[in-house]
Design a protein around this ligand. Structure first.
Ligand SMILES: [Zn+2]
Length: 276
């Protein structure tokens, strides 16, 4: 029962943090402060009343338009709010299967929020800002170390050389994940003599490896590439590929979201299916 309440609470908290993310998403690209001024219509600048600021519901009641100037309110707003609410509820719902439910839930909520933010920014502006990726990598690594240390100390009350080796491997995994993108970028440049993939994508892969380990980052990459191909092939067939720049980061983020919530099951199912 407590589990159900915690999940509902996470969904409501997710709505609020999704709403806050919307403010960030419309202000970061314009280099505006995210705290000042208060929420306002981007078109007529009128400050919103408190009932116009209710996540999801306001958009539905207003039918996606500003009450005074009738300017359309982008569907990104309700989508981001619903996405963060749903993903946070899933993270808390799944946390009872983790060794450290609280650490798992808090960490996953942070990761999912940052992945939704990066997915939206890359889709809208082909922009994966360093002020999100670098702290994301650092937090992810610390989050893993905290949980790993608890296991290690429960097992033998101190760090053994074996444990330290594991930390080194985790750091190496972060570097390798980024290196994968750098190598692909370099090969692309050799053939096409133009920049195909940004360094932001390399930092995003490092972030995924910090949180999900190298296998998790590679699984995210696999999903991202498959999803990207599903979007790109129709564009190439209709010869619109030349004009459209695809946000690889958005696809990687979606791959990362799927992996963070279902990665273990997907790998386990695959191994059973493949007969290992
Ligand atoms: Zn307005």
């Amino acid at each position: 029962m407590l589990h159900v309440f915690a999940t509902i609470f996470a969904a409501l908290l997710g709505l609020a943090f999704g709403s806050f993310l919307n403010v960030c998403l419309s202000r970061w690209p314009e280099d505006e402060s995210i705290v000042h001024p208060r929420s306002h219509c981007r078109s007529c600048k009128r400050t919103l009343t408190s009932w116009e600021n209710i996540p999801l519901l306001s958009w539905l009641v207003l039918r996606g338009r500003c009450r005074t100037c009738h300017a359309p309110i982008h569907w990104r707003y309700p989508l981001v709010e619903a996405a963060v609410a749903l993903l946070w509820a899933l993270a808390v719902w799944r946390s009872d299967q983790a060794s450290f439910p609280v650490e798992f839930a808090v960490g996953m909520m942070f990761l999912l929020w940052i992945l939704v933010a990066l997915a939206a920014l890359d889709a809208g502006y082909l922009w994966l800002p360093d002020f999100l990726t670098y702290p994301g990598i650092a937090f992810g690594f610390c989050w893993w170390v905290v949980q790993r240390t608890q296991i290690d100390f429960a097992l033998h009350d101190r760090w053994t050389p074996e444990d330290l080796k594991r930390v080194g491997q985790r750091l190496l995994g972060i570097l390798l994940a980024a290196a994968l993108i750098v190598v692909i970028r370099w090969i692309y440049w050799l053939f096409r003599r133009q920049e195909g993939i940004g360094l932001g994508d390399a930092k995003l892969m490092a972030l995924l490896a910090a949180w999900l380990g190298l296998p998790g980052a590679l699984l995210s990459f696999f999903f991202g590439v498959v999803l990207g191909a599903l979007v790109a092939v129709p564009l190439i067939l209709t010869r619109r590929a030349a004009t459209a720049k695809l946000p690889l980061g958005t696809f990687l983020c979606i791959g990362g979201i799927v992996t963070s919530l279902w990665g273990r099951q997907i790998i386990a199912t695959y191994l059973t299916w493949a007969g290992f």
